[in-house]
Design a protein. Structure first.
Length: 427
């Protein structure tokens, strides 16, 4: 079968999807891996696959994507890029948070198979999520790359600290939710405030560490979470902090890192698999299993103290919490998640008869145009500025005072950056 894997974040998902593609090719399938945001629509129309493996469906853009694929006869398979939650943690959530985890948009009419991480979350989805024909648990996808090779520590004479941000909601408008929840959601506004406050503390702490530890003995790197804009860090951090490309793979960066600072991230597990000590500073992770894998630190003094006493190339993960985390949240972390996923995909599509009817161009529909706002136009308008969507490649016109607007053709959030270019704001 001809399979198109649409990868979401280059710095992590692309590695996983390439492994999955290799496993599927061994089973006899023709597989392409394409960037979901910047090439997904185009690739569907010129490659005309029988099967699409799509990221988790949340938000109007993704709903419309899978809906079109289904209408054209394509089998739609979803591979969740995040683990979800364990049962105990999920049961304690309020209604808004549960909707966010399950998928606030009902994508059940358009999805044939969903691949998730752990069995506990699989049970939650089957009982409380949208109805599906089939679901399978595959294990911790994010960690398969760490079983392909043994990381070789860098020979750099100086030690390196990597700061991995986790404040993806900090750049959202306070009244405009970017995560699939309704606008002005209390949960969205709460997270927005938490992320902004934590990021401000991080910026202060990083600059103090650079001055306190010194650049003669230490190098400093920053890895920005997908969905977060680097501009805040570029403007406020000292020049000694190297801001890595958004496409930088965690597995490669951790090869040359001596200490990781995160705010409650799956990178904590990746650091453990790379024998890198890590600390959770200003945690913003709501899941307690993930938040407590490493020592949690709230004050700068404690952060500086722990960094100075960390043991080089030795994981400091809290083993008892890690074992609970694997059992209740991520499922097996053994390097075989993609292999299991490939098997489930192969079984699902085996002996299916495909009758796809895919057009040569994605339909040009202006279904998201907010006519009442009087800020966005689909035709050239006096005093308006021409924008060009980097996702669907369509032009439109926006009032000059507007800095951020959803594309009227694909609904992707677009922000105008100082260079005059347009960048997507993906959550």
């Amino acid at each position: 079968m001809k399979i198109s894997i649409l990868t979401l974040a280059s710095q992590r998902d692309k590695l996983i999807d390439n492994i999955l593609a290799a496993k599927l090719r061994k089973l006899g399938h023709e597989v392409n891996v394409r960037c979901y945001i910047y090439a997904g629509r185009e690739s569907i129309c010129y490659e005309k696959p029988d099967v699409v493996i799509h990221p988790m469906v949340g938000g109007q853009y993704k709903i419309d994507f899978v809906k079109k694929c289904k209408e054209w006869g394509i089998v739609v398979i979803v591979r969740r890029g995040e683990a979800g939650m364990g049962k105990e943690q999920f049961d304690n959530l309020d209604v808004d948070r549960k909707k966010l985890i399950l998928g606030n948009w009902d994508y059940s009419p358009y999805v044939d198979l969903e691949l998730v991480w752990g069995k506990e979350f699989l049970g939650i989805l089957n009982k409380q999520g949208h109805n599906f024909v089939e679901r399978e648990a595959c294990g911790g996808f994010a960690f398969d790359p760490y079983f392909l090779k043994k990381n070789i520590p860098s020979a750099n004479e100086k030690k390196t600290i990597l700061f991995a941000t986790g404040f993806s909601t900090a750049d959202c408008r306070n009244d405009k939710c970017e995560c699939g929840l309704p606008d002005e959601s209390d949960y969205h506004n709460e997270i927005h405030t938490i992320h902004r406050v934590a990021r401000d503390k991080w910026i202060v702490a990083i600059n103090k560490l650079v001055r306190g530890l010194g650049t003669d003995s230490w190098d400093f790197g920053l890895k920005v979470r997908p969905g977060e804009m680097p501009r805040e860090y570029i403007e406020k951090l000292l020049p000694a902090v190297k801001i890595h490309s958004i496409d930088s793979a965690s597995s490669e960066l951790l090869d040359s890192v001596d200490v990781l600072i995160h705010s409650g991230s799956t990178l904590s597990v990746e650091a453990h698999l790379s024998d890198v000590p890590a600390f959770n500073y200003c945690n913003v992770q709501p899941d307690p299993l993930l938040a407590k894998l490493h020592p949690c630190i709230d004050s700068y003094q404690s952060l500086e103290f722990n960094i100075a006493r960390s043991v080089n190339r030795k994981s400091n993960i809290i083993e008892s919490n890690y074992n609970k985390f694997v059992d209740h949240l991520y499922g097996p972390i053994d390097g075989k998640s993609c292999e299991r996923a490939a098997h489930y995909v192969d079984e699902h599509i085996k002996n299916k008869k495909f009758h796809t009817k895919i057009p040569n161009k994605w339909p040009r529909e202006t279904k998201y145009l907010d006519i009442d706002s009087n800020n966005i136009y689909i035709e050239e308008t006096e005093n308006a500025v021409r924008w060009f969507c980097p996702c669907c490649r369509e032009p439109y016109w926006v009032r000059p005072e507007i800095e951020k607007a959803n594309c009227p053709y694909c609904s992707m959030g677009i922000i105008k950056v100082p260079t005059g270019k347009m960048e997507t704001v993906l959550k």
